[in-house]
Design a protein around this ligand. Structure first.
Ligand code: FAD
Ligand code: DHB
Length: 394
């Protein structure tokens, strides 16, 4: 069967769904292809921190209501080291800007519902997506949906299919440059049924390694500890995880972690990755398909949103005013923000984790950096500005 759309979008993550919604606001037709089921997309636990700009954009798109009601506004974070907490006050340091804790899968539920309400189509459970003629003006996608082979004729293809997707490999090797860094640790993340132990997120450096206290709701907490990236989650009993959290988070004034049943646990690897450019012919990459950051800066989802906002504007300019300059500038425009976030995420990661080969000198360097960050208003302002997110047109 043959179908046609203006923009063929691979992937129903934050990037793909947001793009299809932004395009439809401008009357531009698109079709989203997703390999997983709707249920899986709507239940996979991932990010939690939304930058101010992401929240503002979702609100402009009419998706602010549930996020405002169920999400939590945070005006700061705590940096904890040497058994003491230090607050970084975003409100004061970043001109009243803030972050919102609202889980990624809730954002996805809102985006999917909004797109379907508009009468838009998202094809879930598609198989074997293949890209053709991306360097021509009529690229095509072939895929299987409900046992039917479909050929989708497009004007443009948006590769929003995450780090493990297929789109990126359509860029010839000679036309791309890849930058990577892997880290000698991973994060063990848990969901725990307990009340919040703190009003704001706590990023902790300890001799035993990094720990992060985050939240999902008044009843559900999200916590992470640094671990060996090759460790098997089966090696970690619930009691071991809780003990390690308590040891790493301990303060001199006996702060208490409120604990409860652990209902989910997993280990994730950490890497930095960027492909340049983010475009080849009529194929545009957005989000994790083009770049990965270690999660310490809470930037991945927010970068995906910033990419597709630029892409939607560029495509609108093409269709409404027949101008291509924003499309031509897409990669350069996105990469400025991407590299800023790469640096910030690498910097946070380097400051807060124990490295297997670190020595006393390196540990002193980390302490000096932490101490400067919490004691100098200039240093704290830099952290705050990056964490709440730079403006989209930065
Ligand atoms: P994805 O969300 O990966 O979506 C890609 C979609 O494409 C998926 O649904 C996938 O099934 C689909 N797909 C893949 N291949 C194909 C194919 N061949 N055909 C069709 N469909 C395909 N970011 C933050 O900003 N803040 C945080 O606090 C944060 N915390 C995180 C915590 C964890 C534990 C993890 C794992 C990530 C975190 N991130 C965070 C990162 C964030 O989740 C990602 O950056 C974000 O999901 C990227 O969105 P995306 O749409 O680009 O890609
Ligand atoms: C969460 C994830 C992060 O990567 C981070 O830096 C802060 C919070 C979270 O899942 O809540």
């Amino acid at each position: 069967m043959n179908r046609r759309t203006r923009v063929g979008i691979i992937g129903a993550g934050p990037a793909g769904l947001m793009l299809s919604l932004l395009l439809s606001t401008e009357g531009i037709d698109s079709l989203v292809l997703e390999s997983r089921s709707r249920e899986e997309v709507e239940t996979t636990i991932r990010a939690g921190v939304l930058e101010q700009g992401t929240v503002d954009l979702l609100t402009e798109m009419g998706l602010g209501e549930r996020m405002k009601r169920e999400g939590a506004l945070h005006h700061g974070i705590e940096l904890r080291f040497d058994g003491e907490g230090h607050r970084i006050d975003f409100y004061e340091l970043a001109n009243g800007r803030a972050i919102t804790l609202y889980p990624q899968h809730e954002v996805l539920k809102d985006l999917i519902a909004a797109r379907l309400n508009q009468g838009g189509h998202i094809l879930f459970n598609v198989n074997d997506v293949q890209l053709y003629d991306v360097s021509s003006s009529q690229p095509r996608l072939r895929f299987v949906h409900e046992n039917e082979q479909i050929e989708l004729h497009c004007d443009f293809i948006a590769g929003c299919d995450g780090f493990h997707g297929v789109a990126r490999s359509s860029i010839p090797e000679a036309k791309q440059q890849v930058f990577t860094r892997s880290y000698p640790f991973g994060w063990l993340g848990i969901l725990m049924e307990a009340p919040p132990s703190a009003k704001e997120l706590i990023y902790t450096y300890s001799e035993r390694g990094f720990a992060l206290v985050s939240t999902r709701s008044p009843e559900l907490q999200r916590l992470y500890i640094q671990c060996d990236p090759n460790d098997d989650i089966a090696n970690w009993s619930d009691a071991m995880i809780l003990e390690e959290l308590q040891l790493r988070l301990a303060t001199r004034d006996n702060w208490k972690l409120l604990v409860g049943p652990i209902i989910q646990k997993s280990i994730l690897a950490m890497r930095s990755f960027v492909i340049e450019p983010m475009q080849y012919g009529r194929l545009f990459l957005a989000g994790d398909a083009a770049h990965i950051v270690p999660p310490t800066g809470a930037k991945g989802l927010n970068l995906a949103v910033a990419d597709v906002r630029h892409l939607a504007r560029a495509l609108t300019m093409f269709y409404k005013q027949n101008q291509t300059h924003l499309l031509e500038a897409y990669s350069t425009t996105c990469l400025r923000r991407v590299w800023r976030a790469e640096h910030f995420s690498w910097w946070m990661t380097s400051m807060l984790h124990r490295f297997p080969d670190d020595d006393a000198f390196q540990q002193r360097m980390q302490r000096a950096q932490l101490d400067y960050t919490v004691r100098s208003r200039v240093a704290a302002t830099s952290l705050a500005e990056n964490y709440v997110g730079l403006p989209f047109d930065w």
